[in-house]
Design a protein around this ligand. Sequence first.
Ligand code: SER
Length: 589
Amino acid sequence: MKANELRKMYVEFFEKRGHKEINSASLLPDNDPSVLFTTAGMHPLVPYLLGEKHPQGKRLVDIQKCVRTCDIDEVGDDTHLTFFEMLGNWSLGDYFKEESITMSYLFLTEYLNIPVERLAVTVFEGNSLVPRDTESAEIWIRNGLKKEQIYFYGRDENWWGPAGKTGPCGPDTEIFYDMGKEKCGENCGPACSCGKYVEIWNNVFMEYNKNEDGTYSELLQKNVDTGMGLERVLTIFNGYKNVYETELFQPIIEKIESLTGVNYTEENKNTFRIISDHMRASTFILGDPKGVTPSNSEQGYILRRLIRRTIRLVKKLGVNSNIICSIAEVIIENYGEIYSELVKNKSFVLEQLEKEYLLFSKTLDSGLKMAERYFSKLEEGNSLSGDLAFKLYDTFGFPIEFTVELASERKINVDIPVFEEKFREHQEKSRKGAAEKFKGGLADNSERTTKLHTATHLLNAALRKVLGNTVYQRGSNINSERLRFDFSFDRKLTKDELEQVEKIVNEAIEKGIDVMCTEETLEEAKAEEAIGVFESKYGEIVKVYAIPGYSKEICGGPHASNTEELKSFKILKEESSSSGVRRIKATIG
Ligand code: SER
């Protein structure tokens, strides 16, 4: 079976049972500061799990692109990935355990024809908050599982969430496929990592919310949140041994073989697999419309880590030129039909990879030499000092995880606590800068600042017109003198570009256009391609300010009522704000 058939079969199965299909959301959660990436299909649904009404109803199904960095050290084995597609179905206060388990069982055994004896499931053994889940166990037995196929575990294995510090969570029942190997010992079971059992599906009975203070409260409704790994199910259905044998990875592996002239073998399989996985994740992160670029903080840092590790592994295969762009091209080709954003943002993806390659390959050789020198003075079991690890980070751009990996290849440790201390001091400085950058908004609502706010919208629109839609607001600050606008873009603007931007804004001012304000749901606003920092929850009413012909933004206001009030617009300065972010200061009238 091909991936597309599985995607289709899954969605149709649940559609037939009253579910409505929703789209995959961005990999960068809209309004969830608790996580860096969308790690499960439930992220975009949090408001609805908490009780808000979803416009599509109480039964939903989707295929969500996910990034999970918690599994990064396992990548290279047969099943763990940093990027994967999650097939998910939800009941928002509708069906519960009986229907959920029965549907999963039916899909696995009758649609995917998995023999029932190859399944094993786990259920929650209970604690002081939630009783032992004998109900789920009984439902499994009624469906045809034997008692021996059901394992009871505690919180570590059978409690899911919240994804961040707070949010919806609950006990779950996880479904595993038995790969047919011998048990590795007496206690071998689904929780064992020997590879006998591979988790394929997780049905969470989301009844609780974890609060800020660590307590749990019952949700307004009992939800079901399930997630199944597409790559894993495809592997099992086709009788493959690992996810890299699927058609989702084969073309990538073949491309790496042809670009490096090295064959994929048992000895180098980890290198090939990590390159394939990391390039897939990097391509999807860069291809996301949010326009994340490699940097030293948050999502940008994870992206940088993935790309830099890849560059080094390519070098390990004996290649010193940039092949990562060609690998990304294969990925875009493979997935472009389903994830059209990859095609749309192809040039951005390739440009950013090329840029990061150039930046890192400049220091990689000298950094590796320097690291070698440090390591040569140490013996196996010794530790590289935190100061030197920080030097490798600061001077040569080696992410700490990268240094740890190099060191561990020589059985050397790294003094992480001291590194972290140094790193924190360094980050504190940039955080202060970032806080300043985001402070923004309106310092006061005087007439002048209100007009400068409208000018900011026009500037944002003009920048997108001249530089393309990868430009996103990264910060805004207004005082009575000027506006200051930070946006994603990775090079200095030319004189000509600045003139064009200024001209567009002045043209809008001269036309004397009325600024319109409407109230809409966030979804309506998004559908109309209103841009903005999406701070509201889905379904909530947002204000949309439109300057017809120029700009449409989700924003709290206030604004000038007509563009002619701005009189004229002038850019005072264009400069770098931080990596991948430019800053413009401008004034009016
Ligand atoms: N949220 C659950 C998980 O990630 C089910 O989707 O496993």
